[in-house]
Design a binder for this molecule. Sequence first.
Ligand SMILES: NC(=O)c1ccc[n+]([C@@H]2O[C@H](COP(=O)([O-])OP(=O)(O)OC[C@H]3O[C@@H](n4cnc5c(N)ncnc54)[C@H](OP(=O)(O)O)[C@@H]3O)[C@@H](O)[C@H]2O)c1
Length: 251
Amino acid sequence: MEKYFRRVIKTFDMKKNIFITGTSSGIGYGLAKFYLEGNHQVFGMSRRTGDALNTYGNYSHLVQDLSELEGMNAPVKKFLADTDKLDMVILNAGILPQIRDMKDTPLDEIKKVMDINVWANKILLDQLFENTGIIKQVVAISSGAAVSGSRGWNAYSLSKATLNMLINLYAKEYTNTHFIALAPGIIDTAMQDFISSLPDDERFPVVSSLKNAKGTEMMPDAETIAPKLDRAFQKAIKFSSGEFIDIRNIL
Ligand SMILES: NC(=O)c1ccc[n+]([C@@H]2O[C@H](COP(=O)([O-])OP(=O)(O)OC[C@H]3O[C@@H](n4cnc5c(N)ncnc54)[C@H](OP(=O)(O)O)[C@@H]3O)[C@@H](O)[C@H]2O)c1
């Protein structure tokens, strides 16, 4: 099976069509820029536009709020109307809510995080498979929080654990597409700015360790890490479709 995926992905090695959510900042922005500079066609999606990307002729952007689950299908369908194959779909957009104990987390907050980090991806995948002839690879940006169970990571951990299983289940249905959920390591983005703004709290030791990593080589920025992420996406083909992989275990 690995040989099959290698062969089909190689076929499209020259100029790829790459769809990425959350391209206005952070990891999505870094990946979009990396692929645009490699002359690939990038389709980006987020609420803000990520202005610097719009200067590339090979970039198209859809302004879309992923929390609007009901209203997403028509704009996405129109956005990709002229695209009959996607070499790569990177489900990257995500949010991190307040770090606090589960008992203090309102259910509405959990539902909001689940909508953006999980259910929007289900709707997108259904839409993309319905309207795009071929999708070679799907990478969902997950997190070590999917499995660590660190205190305070409440809805975020739940959402990433569910995302991993969502990807696993889709892999069983679309056997000609390679799926992976990937924990990308710690990367200096707006999400980490938010974590760094939090006070140290002995109940939530991961916050303090991330604050200590910020500004060090342990936490590279998104543009620096993009080529490494791309290598990880390629290496991921060796793994069974649908698996959850931590980048720290494969590079
Ligand atoms: N940074 C890390 O260390 C780290 C570690 C593990 C996993 N991750 C994961 O990596 C992914 C990217 O995070 P990041 O660190 O790059 O954070 P970021 O800089 O905050 O980027 C988040 C992206 O998601 C988009 N987004 C958020 N809410 C949205 C909504 N309602 N509709 C459409 N787009 C939305 C944002 O665009 P708009 O605000 O313009 O809509 C933005 O482009 C997330 O899934 C995160 O869980 C990050």
